[in-house]
Design a protein around this ligand. Structure first.
Ligand SMILES: [Zn+2]
Length: 209
């Protein structure tokens, strides 16, 4: 079963991916990670990807698909795609490599997304992310490291990413709706609840089959 995730930063994708890998034996295909891995090998393809990213451009669809195809050869049963497809063009191209059984749209309002972003605390030791609204001190509840607000999370950049998301990624919703594989979840609730709802939808989907 192949699942694609559609949602802006702050919509709970990280928690959802963690639940799917831990509780439902999904393997994650994160295109960001695939790019970093390829760069680390020092291959010609990796050098090319690094150049593209350094210029601030998106890696070409064909290049990403090649890496995805390679990863799919590991022949696991369940895959969840994080970071791909990001546009209609990419969704159509993806068909060459694999089918999509379920497209999960984590629907978060722009206002809440911005609020979560502004209140984001990152642990300097373990890297976990928390909300300032929930953790009332600057000590990590997981490892007792120091929590800090990171603004490599450059806000202006993030706002730009939000605009791009609403422009390029939202058309995917209609596309998958027409194919009858769309599941929409209200992501304004806690990430834990979102993950529960999505896992329930996956089970229902499998039951119907
Ligand atoms: Zn920590």
């Amino acid at each position: 079963m192949n699942i694609v995730l559609i949602g802006i930063q702050g919509s709970g994708k990280g928690t959802l991916v963690a639940s799917l890998t831990k509780e439902m034996e999904f393997e994650v295909i994160s295109t960001g990670q695939l790019c970093r891995d390829e760069i680390a090998t020092g291959s010609a393809l990796g050098k090319h990807i690094k150049e593209v990213i350094l210029k601030g451009n998106l890696v070409e669809t064909d290049t990403v698909l090649k890496m995805i195809a390679k990863k799919l050869k590991s022949q696991k049963e369940n895959y969840v795609f994080d970071g791909f497809p990001r546009s209609l063009e990419q969704a159509k191209a993806m068909k060459k490599v694999c089918d999509v059984d379920l497209a999960v749209y984590l629907n978060l309002s722009k206002e809440v997304a911005i609020e979560r972003l502004v209140n984001r605390l990152t642990c300097s030791k373990c890297g976990n992310v928390f909300s300032k609204l929930k953790v009332k001190s600057d000590i990590c509840p997981v490892c007792k490291g120091k929590l800090e607000q990171r603004f490599d999370d450059n806000l202006e950049n993030k706002f730009k990413q939000f605009e791009v998301f609403f422009r390029d990624t939202l058309p995917l919703i209609d596309y998958y709706k027409k194919q009858n594989v769309l599941v929409e979840v209200d992501a304004n609730q806690t990430p834990e609840n979102v993950a529960k709802l999505v896992m329930r939808a996956i089970n229902e989907h499998n039951y119907k089959k």
